[in-house]
Design a protein. Structure first.
Length: 213
């Protein structure tokens, strides 16, 4: 297969998955294509994201890959959460460069030319509270605002205080449904999470009342 043939076959895809590319090929054909992929990567025509996953280099792309989508396909199953999800919902003012995701698989990190992707392991009973989000016809998975906050508490283990919460500079709090936030906190079945959720929830309630007055 030459590079033009590769473009014709998978040029419409945001990410090249070699499992799909090799499907139906004989062992010898797979071996030959692996050599070609290595050469195309070395010459800058392809960009490796992780083993078995590539992007077309910028001059050859028909679709610009979205970080949301890349985060969801580099490790499956996973969903974006913590600071990146808080940024997405406008709950924090800062831009976040790292896509932190939650997965039932092993922890991992991929530092690529397309972005930085960090994966935190969570137990299967806690893998919920996310939704599909589509950007530029590319779909990934994002924690709900409530689950993103609880995942932040679960993984970062902050010492919650009024001073810390002010420093966090939470904003756009209308995005948080407190009833769901408290219900989600109970589903963790961890006293630490429920206690922290009550403190954070009280802070959010107070801020909401102040904004209305």
């Amino acid at each position: 297969m030459n590079f033009n043939s590769l473009m014709n076959r998978v040029g419409h895809l945001s990410v090249i998955d070699t499992e799909i590319l090799f499907a139906g090929l004989r062992t010898s054909e797979q071996a030959s294509l692996k050599v070609q992929i290595t050469r195309w990567t070395a010459t800058g025509k392809l960009v490796q994201l992780r083993r078995g996953m590539y992007l077309f280099a910028a001059p050859y792309r028909k679709t610009e890959p979205q970080g949301l989508y890349l985060a969801s396909v580099l490790t499956k199953p996973s969903y974006i959460s913590l600071e990146k999800a808080l940024e997405y919902y406008g709950l924090i003012p800062e831009g976040v460069s790292i896509y932190t995701s939650v997965t039932t698989k092993r922890p991992a990190r991929f530092d690529t030319a397309a972005g930085h992707f960090d994966y935190r392991h969570i137990q299967i009973p806690l893998f919920w509270g996310y939704r599909a989000v589509t950007l530029d016809r590319q779909t990934g998975f994002m924690a709900s605002p409530e689950k993103a906050l609880l995942d932040f508490i679960y993984f970062r283990r902050p010492e919650l205080s009024e001073a810390y919460l002010k420093e966090l500079r939470l904003q756009n709090l209308e995005a948080i449904t407190l009833k769901q936030f408290y219900e989600y906190a109970k589903r963790f079945r961890k006293q630490r999470i429920e206690k922290a959720a009550k403190l954070l929830g009280s802070f959010i309630e107070h801020r909401k009342r102040r904004s209305k007055s």
